[in-house]
Design a protein around this ligand. Structure first.
Ligand code: SIN
Length: 277
C-alpha cells in the first residue's frame, strides 16, 4: 500500500520534483522505496528539504536503492569511503561547473547519486539539472538517425588532471589509466528501466566520437554536449542546509553554478550502475 503522507510535487514539466512527508533519519519501508523509484523514473531528480541526517543515515538511505560506489579518486570522507566530500570555496573551473553525468569514464557508470548540503554560502551555489531524454528528443530526426549507432570515448584523464590541478587527487594518471582505461559508451543510451533514449556525452569525460575525423568531432561533439543547455530541459535547485538531491545519472546531467566565494560543502553518495547500451 502506498504511503499517503509521501507527496511528490513536480518543479517543471520536464525535470525535478520536491518530495515531502518523509523523514530520512528513519528507515524507509519497501513501499516508500518503490514510490521514490517510480518518482525518480518520472522526474529524474528528487529534492528533499530539512533532512538533518548523519553520514551513516545518508549511506543507509542511498543503499536502499543499490550498492554504493567508492569513488576512484578525489576528496573521500576520512571515515566513510562511500562519501565524497565536495568542499569548495572558489569553484570556477573545478569541474562541477561543467554539464555532466557523474563518472561516465567507468565501464559501468553510476545509476544515480544522493547529494546533501552540509554547509552553504549565504547566497549562490544553486545546481541545475537537465533532462537528457528531452535533450535527445529535441534533436532533428536527421541528427538522431546520424548519431544512433555512434559510440564515444570517455576518459578518466579529463576530470583527473583537473582534480590534481586543484589538489583534489593524489592518484597518478598512469595508475588511474591502468585501473580505469578509457571506455566507450553509446552516444545515445537506452534507459534500462524506462527504455527511453538519452543523449550520453559530456565535456567532463567524453574525449571524442569513434570513427569520426578530428574535424568532424570538432563539429559534432560540442553540438551534442551543449544540447542540454536549453532552459526548456532544466530545473534549478536552490539549496538550503540539509537539502538533499537524488538524481538518476542515466537520464540526467547537472551543473553546479560557481557564483560564490564562501565555503560550500556537500556530501555525495553514488550508486553503482550498469553498462550503457
Ligand atoms: C556534482 O557534480 O556531483 C555536484 C553538484 C553540486 O555540487 O551541486
Amino acid at each position: 500500500m502506498a504511503d499517503s503522507k509521501l507527496r511528490v510535487d513536480p518543479l517543471t514539466a520536464n525535470i525535478g520534483a520536491e518530495v515531502s512527508g518523509l523523514d530520512l533519519r528513519e528507515e524507509l519501508s519497501q513501499e516508500q522505496v518503490e514510490q521514490l523509484e517510480a518518482a525518480l523514473l518520472e522526474h529524474l531528480v528528487l529534492f528533499f528539504r530539512d533532512q538533518a541526517i548523519t553520514p551513516e543515515q545518508q549511506i543507509a538511505f542511498s543503499a536502499r536503492f543499490g550498492e554504493l560506489l567508492v569513488h576512484p579518486f578525489g576528496p573521500i570522507h576520512p571515515d566513510y569511503p562511500e562519501i565524497i566530500v565536495l568542499d569548495q570555496v572558489r569553484p570556477v573551473g573545478e569541474g562541477t561547473d561543467i554539464w555532466h553525468a557523474d563518472t561516465t569514464y567507468l565501464e559501468e557508470p553510476p545509476l544515480g547519486s544522493v547529494l546533501r548540503a552540509v554547509e552553504l554560502p549565504p547566497v549562490g551555489g544553486d545546481t541545475y539539472f537537465g533532462n537528457m531524454f528531452a535533450a535527445y528528443e529535441a534533436l532533428s530526426p536527421e541528427i538522431q538517425e546520424m548519431i544512433g549507432g555512434l559510440r564515444a570515448v570517455h576518459d578518466i584523464a579529463v576530470p583527473l588532471v583537473r582534480a590534481e590541478a586543484y589538489g583534489d587527487s593524489k592518484l597518478s594518471l598512469a595508475e588511474a589509466r591502468a585501473q580505469w582505461p578509457p571506455t566507450t559508451h553509446p552516444v545515445v543510451r537506452t534507459h534500462p528501466v524506462s527504455g527511453r533514449k538519452a543523449l550520453y556525452v559530456n565535456r567532463n569525460a567524453t574525449t571524442h566520437i569513434e570513427g569520426l575525423s578530428e574535424r568532424e568531432n570538432e563539429w559534432l561533439l560540442p553540438l551534442l554536449c551543449d544540447q542540454v543547455r536549453s532552459p526548456a530541459f532544466q530545473c534549478r535547485f536552490q539549496w538550503e542546509k540539509d537539502s538533499i538531491a537524488f538524481w538518476d545519472n542515466r537520464g540526467s546531467q547537472h551543473y553546479a553554478v560557481p557564483d560564490y566565494d564562501v565555503r560550500r560543502m556537500m556530501h555525495r553518495t553514488t550508486l553503482l550502475g550498469d553498462r550503457p547500451y
